[in-house]
Design a protein around this ligand. Structure first.
Ligand SMILES: Nc1ncnc2c1ncn2[C@@H]1O[C@H](COP(=O)(O)OP(=O)(O)OP(=O)(O)O)[C@@H](O)[C@H]1O
Ligand SMILES: [Mg+2]
Length: 231
């Protein structure tokens, strides 16, 4: 289980996160929602270690990981699908997937077969350059690359951003399938309300660096959430 406990995060003098708390359970999807610039990506950066926190702590399965470097968190099963995908454009699809090997032990340095069951298009494109894929295909590749690391905590930053509806459906199905395996905690950052609502077991809504609403799926008040999502 992931426990983000009252964290602050600064960029220089500017405070991006104020006492943010969030939990994510194994076998569940936790959706983090909120308008542009409220601190969703900053929260994920704190979880994976891409930016230090200035207060609070983050525990993963009981261990305080707050001060661990990103690669050390990756070794503990924490993986990110970054906003904007960050595919290596000049590497092939296969090479993009293999970049995930850095985080796993020798015997696990294979591409899990399930990746091609979830995203068959990647199999037919293994030798193509990452940069030649469509946006939706790149998003599938970014998720697949994270799966190569055999994550137990997968955080995804707006995987539907700028993606065509048919691929959004595929991505939704993939997230559901991963959740239903029961051995992965998933934190999904999402601005597209319907997508989040359909997948979320629990949710948190941010506004100006703070969590302003949080609860289980049953507690989700659609009107309240939408109020925080519209400008
Ligand atoms: N590297 C950075 N340096 C300085 N300020 C930053 C940096 N990254 C983000 N910020 C600021 O921190 C605040 C939170 O940004 P963040 O990227 O976490 O928001 P977000 O909710 O992910 O937004 P979006 O929906 O646009 O992706 C914003 O005011 C943003 O301008
Ligand atoms: Mg963001």
């Amino acid at each position: 289980m992931l426990n983000v406990e009252t964290i602050n995060l600064h960029y220089g003098a500017a405070q991006a996160l104020k006492s943010v708390s969030l939990t994510a359970e194994t076998g569940k999807v936790t959706c983090l929602m909120g308008r542009n610039g409220v601190g969703k990506t900053s929260t994920l950066r704190a979880i994976v270690g891409q930016h230090p926190i200035s207060a609070g702590r983050i525990t993963w399965n009981g261990e305080d990981v707050s001060k661990l470097a990103p690669h050390a968190r990756a070794r503990r099963g924490i993986a990110i699908v970054p906003q904007g995908r960050e595919i290596f454009p000049l590497l092939s699809v296969k090479e993009n997937l293999e970049t995930g090997y850095a985080c796993v032990r020798g015997k696990d340095r294979t591409i899990p077969e399930v990746i091609f069951e979830l995203f068959p298009v990647l199999q037919s494109m293994l030798t193509r350059r990452g940069g030649d894929l469509s946006g939706g295909q790149q998003q599938q590749l970014a998720i697949a690359r994270a799966l190569v690391t055999r994550p137990k905590l997968l955080v995804l930053d707006e995987p539907t951003e700028g993606i065509q509806p048919s691929i959004i459906k595929d991505i939704g199905r993939a997230i559901e399938w991963l959740r239903d395996q029961g051995d992965m905690a998933i934190v999904l950052v999402e601005q597209y309300f319907e997508f989040a609502r359909d997948l979320a077991d629990s949710f948190a809504v941010m506004d100006r660096g703070e969590v302003v609403l949080a609860g289980s799926r049953a507690e989700l008040d659609e009107q309240e959430v939408r109020r925080h999502l519209t400008v």
